[in-house]
Ligand binder design. Structure first.
Ligand code: PEP
Ligand code: MN
Length: 339
């Protein structure tokens, strides 16, 4: 159920509703909007009292059932866009943010040169995997803690914020020392214990869609993070596995449009894993902007042919900077501004 409060309800009055919801046996999750606050009440409605009685409180406008299984993630519970604050970089609403960097952190020279190049082109967040989920155990697995150290050095040097993947629950704590955003990869998209640990860290989480995951399952995975007290979630479409062989994955732009409709959370598009081809990254970025994405996650490498992972899909500095400079008209068309 959601309890919709009247505009300009005071903190004390919100607290009163939170306590009443709790008394009736539900777990309250206040969601603070710019205009209105709603209190989502999570609990089994078959075994608890109805919350309709709360309408007697003067600050309560309405009490509504939430039909969707993803309650906190749904637009039903929060009509306006969520803006996720990554240490001062705001993603969502009108703001459009570019995150870019190599697939894997490989060396100091590779990372720092890429960080400088993506910053000059307009990116605000540096990506780079220190822990890499590789299909084969004989492939490069990432530099681990040394990779995190290099990311911290790149941050110090350029001021860019850092997004990096966390592969397992036991890594969450130390990855948080370096990361401004925790990336949960496609292969861990429904690793619920990992999602709960990420939620507890209170860091923003970028949640990739699993490669065979339905949109409802993706949104329910995000629900795990919100239900565990962390509202700072970025949904990331990165392509799904289909019968098509011309691309590594099929980038599902319809899923971006649906996620924007169904949820208030910002949606990020990763065109690099999304198609697996450097020659298509630029046009897919345009498509992502046009369909309403709030951010991009793009793989960039100084010498893609020499990359230790995903060389075929990484763009070089020149293509990346051209790609960003050509996004202007697409951003204008949908009233987004590059921050
Ligand atoms: C990546 O971003 O390099 C990556 C491994 O992504 P995904 O989890 O989407 O495959
Ligand atoms: Mn990659």
């Amino acid at each position: 159920m959601i309890v919709i409060l009247k505009p300009k309800t005071s903190k004390e009055q919100i607290q009163e509703v939170v306590q009443e919801v709790q008394k009736l046996g539900y777990t309250p999750h206040p969601i603070y909007g710019e205009l209105q606050t709603v209190v989502a009440a999570i609990g089994d409605e078959r075994t608890h009292h109805t919350l309709e009685s709360l309408t007697v409180l003067p600050q309560v406008e309405r009490v509504l059932p939430v039909q969707k299984r993803y309650k906190l993630v749904s637009r039903e519970s929060k009509p306006e866009d969520t803006v996720v604050d990554v240490d001062g970089i705001r993603i969502g609403g009108e703001n459009f943010v570019v995150m870019a960097g190599p697939c894997s952190v490989e060396s100091e020279e590779q990372l720092i040169s890429t960080a400088r190049a993506v910053k000059a082109a307009g990116a605000k967040i540096l990506r780079g995997g220190a822990y890499k989920p590789r299909t084969s155990p004989y492939e490069f697995q990432g530099l681990g803690r040394e990779g995190l150290r290099l990311l911290a050095a790149a941050k110090k040097e350029t001021g860019l914020k850092i997004i990096t993947e966390v592969l397992s629950e036991r890594d969450v704590e130390h990855v948080c020392e370096t990361a401004d955003v925790l990336q949960v990869g496609a292969r861990n998209a429904q690793n619920f214990q990992l999602l709960i640990e990420c939620a507890k860290s209170r860091k923003p989480v970028l949640l990739k869609r699993g490669m065979s995951e339905r949109i409802e399952e993706w949104l329910l995975a995000a629900e795990y993070i919100l239900a565990n007290g962390n509202q700072s979630v970025l949904l990331c479409e990165r392509g799904i596995r289909t019968f098509e062989t011309y691309t590594r994955n099929t980038l599902d732009l319809a899923a971006v449009a649906i996620a924007k409709k169904e949820s208030h959370l910002p949606v990020v598009v990763d065109p690099s894993q999304g198609c697996g081809r450097a020659d298509l990254v630029k046009v897919l970025c345009r498509g992502a902007v046009a369909i309403g994405a709030n951010a991009l996650l793009v793989e960039v490498h100084p010498h893609p042919a020499e990359a230790l992972s995903d060389g075929q899909q990484q763009v070089d500095f020149e293509v990346f900077s051209q790609l960003i400079s050509e996004l202007g008209p697409f951003l204008n068309a949908i009233n987004r501004k590059l921050v």
